[in-house]
Write a protein that binds this ligand. Structure first.
Ligand SMILES: COC(=O)/C=C(\C#N)c1ccccc1
Length: 397
């Protein structure tokens, strides 16, 4: 069925449909498929689903010149810890990704895998089973009491990674980036948001280190910036983007309740802008908006209304992607589009509307999504959402 709550607004006359250079690509519309974990990868092997994933990305890249960021992708086994999320570290995985990337390019669209390292958000049982460490910024700074009990039951302690292990993770990111480019990707997105490993270093709630990776904003940002620099060296700044979520609470991060956390993002953006002014401008910075502080929330729940991310433009002068509850707020989308170099990510409604770009252009009603099937295995709720024309033929509306 269609969403009948929010009144769709045609955005064809806004900058949403003006081309924009992003790295070495030129998008023809500024709608972005943001990184959406769907938990359909095969286990064991963390291989993108051979039956459905090609179709899923094909459907969402049909509109020529659209930018897609893939679901989070592990650059190594130890970076993972979710059985049904995909990796890009084995030949088996890369074979599937190459087919998917080729299909997206056949549709004249672009693809940026999101490199994802879980840290303490991993499933400790999965890691213990595979003889892998349960890593984070610090020893035993548990997300929740339940997480602590679950890990201890699995006989696995949370391990604050050493400097050598940090260096190894940086190598994993580089390998993941090289593999992505080898499979034909247009670039990669570094996942430094949503409570995963890099966010665990950025946030004082999880980073209790006393070495040069903790104890100050500068130190807590060090790992993220080292990853940025290593990837820029490896594949070039125009193939590297980064995702930041200043207000995120997913993974039991501080979000806005610690007002000093916000300053970390201003600092990181400032360091990225300084690198840009020295000739190394990243392809984009991707910001998760405060309207979504946790992906488990329903629309509007958990939104932080005490601040915005508009300050990003005061610091970062490059391309910005802004994501978070925009599909049902076209008036906010229009406001955002007044800023230059801005692309808009649409997550949940891109799940349920394969032809979202056309619908936003024309102001067509949107298919409602089926939340229980966001992270469920079958193909239902993955590749069976109708286009607008198909929905009308089926008597929707
Ligand atoms: C892939 O990057 C993410 O940020 C993934 C999630 C978040 N936040 C996520 C949320 C719910 C279930 C699985 C992954």
């Amino acid at each position: 069925p269609f969403n009948t709550e929010s009144k769709p607004v045609a955005l064809k006359d806004t900058d949403l449909f003006k081309p924009l250079k992003v790295g070495n690509t030129t998008v023809l519309n500024r709608v972005v498929l943001p990184p959406l974990t769907r938990m359909r990868a095969h286990y064991p092997g963390n291989v993108p689903n051979r039956d459905w994933t090609l179709e899923y990305y094909d459907q969402r890249s049909k509109r020529p010149g659209t930018m897609l960021i893939t679901e989070g992708v592990f650059p190594s086994a130890k970076a993972g810890g979710y059985d049904n999320a995909p990796g890009i570290w084995t030949e088996e995985q890369m074979v599937e990704w190459k087919k998917i990337f080729d299909k997206i390019h056949e549709n004249e669209s672009f693809v940026w895998p999101q490199l994802w390292v879980l840290g303490r958000e991993a499933d400790p049982l999965s890691l213990a089973r595979d003889g892998l460490r349960y890593d984070s910024a610090s020893d035993n700074v548990w997300r929740t009491k339940e997480a602590e009990e679950e890990a201890k039951k699995a006989g696995i302690e949370q391990h604050g990674i050493t400097k050598d292990e940090i260096k190894q993770y940086i190598k994993d990111y580089v390998q993941g980036a090289r593999n992505s480019i080898k499979c034909g990707a247009d670039g990669i997105e570094i996942h430094a948001a949503n409570g995963y490993l890099l966010n665990q270093f950025l946030d004082p709630v999880s980073n209790k280190r006393t070495d040069e990776y903790g104890g100050s904003i500068k130190n807590r940002a060090c790992f993220t910036l080292e990853v940025v620099d290593a990837l820029v060296d490896a594949i070039g700044e125009d193939k590297v983007g980064i995702r930041l979520a200043p207000y995120n609470t997913n993974g039991d991060m501080s979000g806005s309740w610690d007002p000093t956390v916000f300053a970390h993002y201003a600092y990181v953006l400032g360091k990225l802008e300084k690198r840009a002014q020295a000739g190394k401008r990243l392809a984009f910075v991707h910001i998760f908006e405060p309207r979504v502080s946790n992906p488990w929330d329903n629309e509007g729940d958990g939104a932080y209304n005490g601040g915005t991310t508009d300050y990003v433009y005061s610091i970062w002068k490059g391309v910005v992607i802004r994501t978070g509850n925009l599909a049902i707020h076209p008036e906010i989308a229009k406001e955002f589009l007044k800023q230059p170099n801005t692309l808009l990510g649409y997550g949940r409604y891109f799940i349920s509307n394969p032809d979202l770009v056309d619908r936003l252009e024309k102001g067509l009603p949107l298919n409602l999504y089926d939340r229980p099937r966001f992270y469920a295995m079958p193909d239902k709720g993955y590749i069976d959402y109708p286009t607008y024309d198909e929905a009308i033929k089926m008597g929707w509306g």
